[in-house]
Write a protein that binds this ligand. Structure first.
Ligand code: FUC
Length: 350
């Protein structure tokens, strides 16, 4: 197993380095210090063909200017914050409005648009990169100086383990995730409509017109959101359920996970035979089926279009700061923030 660093570009006289993690089974994960962006994941299909299973760009430049958060770490707060403001300890904080009247995915210069320090990790059982970033007090309007570490490790069991650690000198908000768009067909041969998704979740969050949780936590039973037995994506989203229509004929919804580190999220592409199993200690997962993917981007030579990738963003429930009955994502001063999500790459047994 090894990690190969390579200079890819430069911003403000600082090198943008890509790191390729390779294990003994030929799984390759490429990521970079800009935004901790995962640019490629190469895994075998059922016949042993190794192909890329994530959306990204051949060139660095579009990551700066035109990326819908491909592969990036999102922070300080994933998801939307209604009205781009919140109250904490009696004080009102104002954030930028980067989507309608609301704040989305950490703002204009969120964690996806900063250069992180990087350190290669090489151990017997796993290899990877540890990224760190210190977000200054007041950055993007949030209180507290926050030290964040995100580690990507690849092991011999074909698992990518993403762990997040942080602490802050003041009470603040923190809800980190990774925004990789998966497409298990291999080299983006097909869209994700024929992928099958299984999630151990009895409840999902209702959204309003601006895709912000209304506060209602709904039962999945007898709805397209019942993924407990697994469902073809298109069978879920080509329906006239009002929540599916609301988000542009797709999923863009937080699911509350019933269980943790128990194969709670499984994505499969029957044609290639590739499987992705995600386990996490996070409260929920936002499932986003690429409903808003615009045309006009070149994704490794494939013209971008709706449903070309699916994001499975493990995280705390969005806009929890405005919903006291959601688990809080307030990070208290001098407390440790810690979460882990594991992605296992496999193939269906024939
Ligand atoms: C997801 C969605 C959003 C948005 C963004 C690019 O997290 O929740 O609606 O389109 O990604």
């Amino acid at each position: 197993m090894k990690v190969i660093p390579e200079k890819w570009a430069e911003i403000n006289q600082q090198p943008v380095i890509s790191f390729t993690l390779i294990n003994d089974h030929g799984i390759e994960i490429t990521c970079m210090n800009y935004g901790c962006i995962i640019t490629k994941i190469i895994t075998p299909d059922k016949s042993g063909n190794y192909e890329n299973i994530v959306l990204g760009f051949n060139r660095f430049e579009p990551y700066l200017t035109n990326s819908p958060y491909f592969g990036a770490v999102i922070g300080r707060v994933a998801g939307r914050i209604q009205g781009a403001s919140f109250e904490l300890d009696g004080k009102i904080y104002r954030l930028c409005k980067n989507e309608n009247n609301n704040h989305l995915h950490g703002g204009i210069k969120g964690f996806h648009h900063v250069l992180w320090d990087a350190e290669i990790v090489e151990k017997d059982e796993e290899i990877g990169v540890r990224f760190s970033y210190t977000s200054p007090d007041g950055e993007e309007g949030y209180p507290g100086t926050v030290h964040v570490q995100v580690t990507y490790l690849l092991n011999k069991e074909n698992e990518l383990i993403i762990s997040y650690h942080a602490h802050s000198d003041k009470n603040t908000l923190l809800n980190l995730t990774n925004h990789t768009y998966f497409n298990l067909s291999g080299n983006i041969k097909r869209d994700i409509l024929d992928h099958e998704l299984k999630i151990k979740s009895d409840r999902f969050l209702e959204l309003d017109q601006e895709l912000i949780p209304t506060g209602a936590i709904l039962d999945v039973t007898n709805t397209p959101f019942d993924l407990r037995q697994g469902k073809k994506i298109k069978d879920g989203i080509m329906t006239n359920h009002s929540q599916i229509e609301l988000v542009g004929q797709g999923y863009d919804h937080p699911f509350v996970l019933n269980t943790h580190h128990d194969e709670e999220i499984v994505l499969q592409d029957p044609e290639s035979g590739r499987t992705l199993t995600i386990e996490t200690d996070e409260v929920g997962v936002v499932v986003y089926t690429g409903n808003q993917l615009q045309s006009g981007m070149d994704i490794y030579g494939v013209p971008s279009r709706k449903y070309l990738g699916i994001c499975l963003e493990t995280q705390g429930l969005p806009d929890a700061v405005h919903h006291p009955h959601f688990p809080s994502y307030v990070l208290q001063a001098n407390q440790n923030y810690s979460s882990v999500t594991k992605y296992k790459f496999g193939v269906l047994k024939s």
